[in-house]
Design a protein around this ligand. Sequence first.
Ligand code: PMP
Length: 438
Amino acid sequence: PYNGPSAADILQKRKQYLSPSIFCFYNQPVNIVDGKMQYLFDEKGRRYLDAFGGIATVNCGHCHPDVVDVIVKQINRLQHSTVLYLNHAIADFAEALASKMPGDLKVVFFTNSGTEANELAMMMARLYTGCNDIISLRNAYHGNAAGTMGATAQRVWKFNVVQTGVHHALNPDPYRGMFGSDGEKYARDVQDLIDFGTSGHVAGFISEAIQGVGGIVELAPGYLPAVYSSVKKAGGLFIADEVQSGFARTGSHFWGFESQGVVPDIVTMAKGIGNGIPLGAVVTTPEIAEVLTRRNYFNTFGGNPVCTTAGHAVLKVIEKEKLQENAYVVGSYLKERLLSLKDKYEIIGDVRGRGLMLGVEFVTDRKLKTPANVEILHIMDQMKEMGVLVGKGGFYGNVFRITPPLCFTKEDADFFVDVMDYAMSKIGLVQQPANLLD
Ligand code: PMP
């Protein structure tokens, strides 16, 4: 049983002692005290199905015993900065991670977060090419430090501080973008940015395979191969930000970029890499990695034995429990069920994503695509009352982000959709016969 402070006490302390900028989901925030696989439990022992744990990112499931076991053993033995001395954990995990990468992507740098990984990747691209200009996508999220905030492209995540050297290309968003699903047309904007916004040479291009914070936006098919050829011609490197879409989440592939058939020069990762443990990584080729020998690059906790042991255990669990296959099978099934909800409720404008990285966009008018950003809060609240936690995002804050732990089952998918259906009917959303909908 839980004997700690109540939700109200914690909220009061947060208000008094924590930054006023932090925010919670829900008007009545949930006080989470325990986690077990795809479930979370509040202080009263009430169980919630966690359809958003992917954010933290517990790919294997909350407190997965195999991961917990190695963490506990390692922390009892040694926790230290591992760069200055030898320890097997960092080397073993780097080897295992490199084995999951295509091409010549064989050199790993460890960091503590996704922001740090992207900062390092952007710096390496700049050093390698001798250029400063980087192209990223509108609606992207890559981090919140000086360089990465520049690459992030949504005004709510950007502070008014100096952010130089990044150009933001048209987002190849099949639902809201001006060229629909024609990836090659959007790619021409990258060529335009290179021709009209730079010297003709760039350091690189950075993008997510599926935008997470941006509202589960899958890049239009054919986009990345076309952009690659423009960026390569301009001497730039391609950085794939796999912080959300990596580690088997998309189901069809281990890495999100693979669905567009491209091989990046640098791949960054975090979140799912450690099942909730603070860890990030940059993987690149030996030739590009060489640039960091020009000076010292040191990161006190990057690659520490506790975190890298956890990361190694995560790779083993993904393999042992066939989590990629599960993400594919359960994710495809869940997407089908969500698509049938779209036939039932006019407020659902779009259902998208891959594997267990799915999005549902709510609009009050399907033709005008007016964001239903008030309605979504009611649906979310109702679902919480029925024991389901889901994420929210997108530029307009009107998209459900469904990124559960990868151990999510078909039964969980059914429960999720049934609860969502009931929540929507309960708040009186219009149900339409399918033939009246476009
Ligand atoms: N890249 C992507 C795609 C992300 O979603 C995030 C975090 N939301 C980051 C980078 C930054 O990671 P972190 O919060 O660990 O710095």
